[in-house]
Design a binder for this molecule. Structure first.
Ligand SMILES: Cc1cc2nc3c(=O)[nH]c(=O)nc-3n(C[C@H](O)[C@H](O)[C@H](O)COP(=O)(O)OP(=O)(O)OC[C@H]3O[C@@H](n4cnc5c(N)ncnc54)[C@H](O)[C@@H]3O)c2cc1C
Length: 452
C-alpha cells in the first residue's frame, strides 16, 4: 500500500462550509489526504475584488471554517496572490494530483476554473453554490430564458431536492505551511455593527432555524416591511457559501414565496452567466443614451444618508452601520439614485459593492439593472418609486426610520414621512421628487422615440 499517497487540493471560495460541500465530500471519499485551501486573490477579479465590508465578513467566515476543519482533525491553509500561480506552485511542491472545487460564476472566475483541468486533468468541479447550473435551464427553443416567471416555472418542474450531503466525519489532511489570517489584516470592524458571532456555518444554520420557526409563516405578507425584520437574513451566508441553497430549500420547501426569492438568486446568476457584461453594461443597449449626470455632491449626500427623504436616508444609514439593507429599501434607495438624481446605476452598484456584507456580483448587478429598467425582466423605467408614498406604505409608523435617523425619532407617524418643517436638524430634500420624476419620464420617452 502506498504510505504516502498524493494529496488532492480542495479549493474553498464561496463555499465556506463543511456540510453539503460536494467538493470537500467527494475529495474525502477518495481516501486520499486533502489540502483544504483558501486563496485570497485580489488581482484576478480586477475591479471586482472584494469590497471592505465583504472582507470583514470574510475574516470571520474563514475563522469559523478553520474551527470546523480543526474539529475534524484538519486545517485550513491560507495563501494570498494569483490563484493559478499559487495552485501551480502547490501542485509542484506537494505533488498534488487533482483540484476539487465547487463552481463559481463570475466571468473572471469562470476563465480561471477552465484552466484547472489543464493543470491537473483529474481535477473535478461540482455544483455546490446553485440549485441549477445556468446551462441546465433553457426554453423550448433551447435558448436562455429572459423572464423570471417562465424561468422559475421550468426550474420547479425539474427541481429534485436531494437531502444535503453530511460533513465528512474525519478529514485526512496533508499539512503544509500556511499564511496567518491576522497577517492579511482584513478589516474586522467595518461595518461598525458587524457581530462576529453571527458569521459562519453554525450561525447560518441558527438563522435558518430561527426563520423557519418564527418568521416563515408570515413571510409572504410581512417581507416588505423593514421594521418587522421577518426575512431570513441569509444573503451574506448564501453569498459566502456558509450555507448552500440546497440546504435552505430542503428546509423551507413548503413556502412558495420564500422559494421564489431563492429563485431570484438563481436567476441573477443565470443572467450573469449568459450576459457576462451584466455588472458594467445595461442589458438594454439604448440606456447608454440616457442623460445621466455624475453629480458628485448628490452622490455623496445619497451615500451618507442625507438626501432629505427619510426612508432613503434610513436605508443608506442602515447600510453604513450594518452592511445590510432591507430589500424593499434597497429598491427605493436605488430608484432614488437613478430616477431622482439621474446618477448611473453602475455608480450605485459600486457603492453597494463596497459597503454590503452580502455584495454579490450576480445579485447586485441584476438588481440594479432591474430597478433601472434596463435589465432582464426589469421593472419598467416609468415605474418610479415615490419615496414618500413607499415610506407611508411600508413603514407606516416610522419605526424603521426612527431606528436609523435619530433626528426624526421624536416625530409622530403623521409627520415622519415629510418631516421638513418639524425637524430643523434634518436636511431639506435634495430634489423635488415630482419634478425629478417628470424629467426622468421625459428623458425615457426621448430614449424610446429618439431626439425630435
Ligand atoms: C439594488 C439592489 C441591490 C441588491 N444587491 C444584492 C447583493 O449584492 N447581494 C444579495 O445577496 N442580494 C442583493 N439584493 C437582493 C436582496 O435585497 C437581498 O438578497 C435581500 O435583501 C437579502 O435579505 P434576506 O436574506 O433576509 O432575504 P430573504 O427575503 O429571506 O430571501 C432569501 C434569499 O433569497 C435571495 N434573494 C432574495 N431576494 C432577492 C433578489 N431580489 N435578488 C436576488 N436574490 C434574492 C437571497 O439570497 C436571500 O438571502 C439586492 C437588491 C436590490 C434592490
Amino acid at each position: 500500500m502506498n504510505q504516502n499517497p498524493s494529496p488532492i487540493l480542495v479549493l474553498f471560495r464561496q463555499d465556506l462550509r463543511i456540510t453539503d460541500n460536494p467538493a470537500l465530500f467527494h475529495a474525502c471519499k477518495t481516501s486520499r489526504p486533502i489540502i483544504p485551501l483558501y486563496i485570497l486573490d485580489d488581482k484576478s477579479p480586477g475591479k471586482w475584488k472584494m469590497g471592505a465590508a465583504s472582507k470583514s465578513w470574510l475574516h470571520y467566515s474563514l475563522k469559523s471554517l478553520e474551527e470546523s476543519l480543526v474539529e475534524r482533525g484538519s486545517q485550513l491553509f491560507l495563501y494570498k496572490g494569483d490563484t493559478l500561480e499559487i495552485l501551480q506552485h502547490l501542485i509542484e511542491k506537494y505533488k498534488a494530483t487533482a483540484i476539487y472545487w465547487n463552481h463559481g460564476y463570475e466571468p473572471y472566475w469562470k476563465k480561471i476554473e477552465k484552466k484547472f483541468k489543464n493543470l491537473l486533468p483529474s481535477s473535478e468541479g461540482f455544483k455546490g453554490s446553485l440549485l441549477f447550473e445556468p446551462t441546465e435551464i433553457v426554453n423550448k427553443q433551447a435558448e436562455p430564458f429572459k423572464v423570471f416567471t417562465p424561468f422559475w416555472r421550468r426550474c420547479l418542474e425539474v427541481l429534485e431536492i436531494e437531502p444535503p450531503l453530511p460533513a465528512p466525519p474525519t478529514i485526512s489532511t496533508k499539512t503544509i505551511p500556511t499564511e496567518s489570517l491576522s497577517s492579511w489584516k482584513l478589516p474586522s470592524s467595518y461595518p461598525e455593527c458587524l457581530e462576529s458571532s453571527g458569521i459562519g456555518e453554525k450561525a447560518a444554520h441558527a438563522k435558518l432555524q430561527y426563520f423557519l420557526r418564527h418568521a416563515m409563516a408570515t413571510y409572504a405578507e410581512d417581507r416588505d416591511f423593514p421594521s418587522l425584520e421577518c426575512t431570513s437574513k441569509l444573503s451574506p451566508h448564501l453569498h459566502f457559501g456558509e450555507i448552500s441553497p440546497r440546504q435552505v430549500v430542503y428546509a423551507a420547501q413548503k413556502n412558495a414565496k420564500f422559494l421564489s426569492e431563492v429563485g431570484w438568486r438563481e436567476f441573477s446568476y443565470y443572467q450573469l452567466s449568459h450576459f457576462p457584461d451584466l455588472p458594467e453594461k445595461s442589458w438594454r443597449p439604448e440606456f447608454v443614451h440616457f442623460p445621466w449626470k455624475n453629480n458628485a455632491h448628490f452622490l455623496e449626500k445619497w451615500q451618507q444618508g442625507q438626501t432629505g427623504y427619510p426612508i432613503v436616508d434610513a436605508g443608506m444609514r442602515e447600510l453604513k452601520k450594518t452592511g445590510i439593507m432591507h430589500n424593499r429599501v434597497r429598491m427605493i434607495a436605488a430608484s432614488f439614485l437613478i430616477k431622482d438624481l439621474f446618477i448611473p446605476w453602475q455608480t450605485g452598484a459600486d457603492w453597494f459593492w463596497q459597503t454590503l456584507v452580502d455584495a454579490d456580483l450576480a445579485s447586485n448587478s441584476s438588481s440594479w439593472q432591474w430597478v433601472a429598467g434596463c435589465g432582464f425582466d426589469a421593472a419598467p423605467f416609468f415605474r418610479v418609486f415615490n419615496p414618500i408614498l413607499q415610506s407611508k406604505k411600508f413603514d407606516p409608523e416610522g419605526l424603521y426610520i426612527k431606528q436609523f435617523v435619530p433626528e426624526l425619532a421624536h416625530l409622530s407617524k403623521t409627520f415622519i414621512h415629510e418631516p421638513w418643517d418639524k425637524a430643523p436638524d434634518y436636511p431639506k430634500p435634495l430634489v423635488n421628487h415630482e419634478e425629478a420624476r417628470k424629467k426622468a419620464l421625459e428623458s425615457f420617452k426621448m430614449l424610446r422615440t429618439g431626439p425630435l
